[in-house]
Write a protein that binds this ligand. Structure first.
Ligand code: E4P
Length: 226
C-alpha cells in the first residue's frame, strides 16, 4: 500500500515527508497553477524536497506530438525516474503506448471507467489514477469502479498499480482502499483528517493527566497538564 500527497505545495510536502512514510506526490496543471510560481523552478524544488520519492507530473499538451514533446522536456528537466501523467484521451492512449515502449514511466490519469483503466494498462502505464469523487459526483460509484478494475486485474494477472485519486471524503478513501487500491493520492487537508482520531487525542491526554496527578511531573520532569 502506498500513500501519496496530491499537492504542489512545498511546505505541505516537506511536512508530510518529515512526519510520515510518504511514497511520493502527484501534481496536475491545476495544482501547479495554484502555486503561481515559475513552474520549472517549482518542479526542481519539489524534486529536492522529495529526496528520491515518486514524482508524478501531468502534461498540459493534448495532441500526440505535443504530449511526446512535453514528456521529453519534463524528463530532461526532472530526471529519468519522473512519472509522466497522461490523461486517457485518444491521443493520450497513443502517447502512453509510445512513451511506455520508449522507457518513460507513465501514469494514466483522469480515469473514470473500467475500460479506460484496462486499456491504459494494456498500453503500458505503470499507474492508473482513478478519479473517485469525480465519478461519484457524475452519478457513478467511484469505489465500485476500483472493485471492478481490481477483479479484472487479478483475473488477467495485470500488474499495473491502481492509484485512487480525487477523494473528497474519508469514507470514499477507506472503501476504495478496501476495494483494491494499490496506492492512493490525497490532498494535504484530507491527509491530516485521515490520520486524526478524537479518541486517540483524548486517550493520550488522559494518560498524561493520570501520570501527573500522582507524580506531579512526567518522567522528563516536565508538567504538561497545567
Ligand atoms: C490525481 O492525480 C489528480 O491530481 C487529483 O486527484 C484530482 O483530484 P480532484 O478531483 O480533487 O481535482
Amino acid at each position: 500500500m502506498e500513500y501519496l500527497l496530491d499537492s504542489a505545495d512545498v511546505n505541505s510536502i516537506k511536512e508530510a515527508v518529515e512526519l510520515y512514510t510518504l511514497h511520493g506526490i502527484t501534481t496536475n496543471p491545476t495544482l501547479i497553477s495554484r502555486e503561481n510560481k515559475n513552474y520549472k523552478k517549482l518542479f526542481l524544488e519539489l524534486k529536492a524536497v522529495l529526496k528520491g520519492k515518486d514524482f508524478h507530473i501531468q502534461v498540459t499538451e493534448v495532441t500526440f506530438d505535443g504530449i511526446i514533446e512535453e514528456a521529453k522536456l519534463i524528463k530532461k528537466l526532472v530526471g529519468d525516474s519522473v512519472y509522466i501523467k497522461i490523461p486517457v484521451t485518444d491521443d493520450g492512449f497513443k502517447a502512453i503506448k509510445y512513451l511506455s515502449k520508449n522507457n518513460f514511466l507513465i501514469t494514466a490519469t483522469a480515469i473514470c471507467n473500467v475500460n479506460q483503466a484496462v486499456m491504459a494498462a494494456l498500453c503500458g502505464a505503470k499507474y492508473l489514477a482513478v478519479y473517485i469523487n469525480r465519478i461519484t459526483k457524475n452519478g457513478g460509484d467511484g469505489p465500485e469502479v476500483i472493485r471492478a478494475i481490481k477483479k479484472i486485474f487479478i483475473d488477467n494477472n495485470i500488474k499495473t498499480k491502481i492509484l485512487g485519486a480525487s477523494f473528497k471524503s474519508i469514507s470514499q478513501l477507506n472503501i476504495s482502499i478496501l476495494n483494491g487500491c494499490d496506492a492512493v493520492t490525497i490532498n494535504p487537508e484530507m491527509f491530516k483528517k485521515m490520520l486524526f482520531s478524537e479518541i486517540t487525542k483524548k486517550s493520550v491526554g488522559k494518560f498524561t493527566e493520570d501520570f501527573e496527578s500522582v507524580y506531579g511531573v512526567n518522567t522528563t520532569g516536565r508538567n504538561l497538564i497545567k
